[in-house]
Design a protein around this ligand. Structure first.
Ligand code: ZN
Ligand code: ZN
Length: 279
């Protein structure tokens, strides 16, 4: 089964016409099922989870740019739209990509409880007040690369251990701009795989890295090897932000999964996992 469980409607309106474009492009790529996974921070209902960052917007230009269109939409409208698409017979899943914000676990859990998600993705895009994927010029020049990687994997393990999410997305996003640590990442990969396995959380293979400065899929094959050893299922993602990018890199992501030894991909319905043959 060919699935793409990670895409964003953020560059268009919340309309059936726009949603249909995502499914049309998926069909062209022989995809059987797609999951819509808008960022939580576009919705009013997420503002309390991000209150720390809302306060920072006045004097941090990166946070201000990141959240410039945040908290404007209503989750009800988004949920209704995807459900309406399903009613049209399109094979859609209702998802959300949520930032894991330490200390906000209860608020995140409440938001997850409140809507009929098929699945929820957990992400780490910020470490403290630092947006790691915004620009290589924002924060990176003054950072020690080993410390940045260690902090990232600590946050990733915490996100997995929270047990809040069905899959952890782009699980080594910290490599986005090509910064390389001088230490081995193997212990971090093992720790991340253990946390994912114990919390019954999937690991996402995300092809978007192919189109970022690093030029490779997230995560590193060695992390996937550890995940397979510990029986952590995979979800598949192209992380499209435009309809025409749905399925971009999916073949490479599937090839990577198969090269590691994976034979199945996780799908979700109302947060119940079902493993399907990888195809
Ligand atoms: Zn993301
Ligand atoms: Zn995304």
């Amino acid at each position: 089964m060919r699935v793409d469980y990670h895409m964003h409607l953020e560059n268009g309106p919340l309309t059936l016409e726009y949603l249909e474009q995502f499914w049309s492009h998926a069909k062209k790529n022989d995809i059987d099922e797609i999951g819509i996974s808008e960022h939580g921070y576009y919705f009013q209902q997420y503002e309390n989870i991000m209150e720390h960052f809302v306060k920072l917007m006045d004097h941090d230009p990166v946070i201000a740019a990141w959240l410039k269109d945040a908290f404007l939409l209503d989750l009800e409208d988004y949920v209704d739209l995807v459900e309406e698409g399903k009613n049209r017979g399109w094979p859609l899943k209702l998802g959300l990509e949520m930032d894991y914000i330490p200390g906000k676990e209860e608020e995140i859990a409440a938001l997850i409880e409140a809507y009929p998600w098929d699945y929820v993705l957990g992400s780490v895009h910020v470490l403290g007040d630092w947006c790691i994927d915004y620009s290589p010029d924002a924060g990176w020049p003054e950072k020690d690369i080993n410390s940045a990687y260690a902090a990232y994997f600590t946050a990733l393990v915490d996100a997995a251990n929270s047990g809040l999410f069905d899959s952890i997305t782009h699980p080594d996003l910290i490599k986005i701009f090509g910064h390389r640590p001088s230490m081995s990442l193997q212990p971090f990969y093992e720790e991340a795989a253990t946390a994912l396995s114990r919390s019954h959380t999937c690991v996402e293979i995300n092809a978007a890295g192919l189109h970022k400065p690093v030029g490779v899929i997230y995560p590193h094959p060695k992390l996937l090897e550890e995940c397979l050893k510990q029986q952590v299922p995979i979800t598949l993602a192209c992380d499209a932000h435009w309809p025409e990018h749905v399925g971009r890199g999916l073949d490479e992501a599937i090839d990577l999964a198969k090269s590691i030894g994976y034979t199945q991909v996780a799908t979700f319905t109302r947060r119940k996992i079902e493993l399907k043959p990888l195809g």
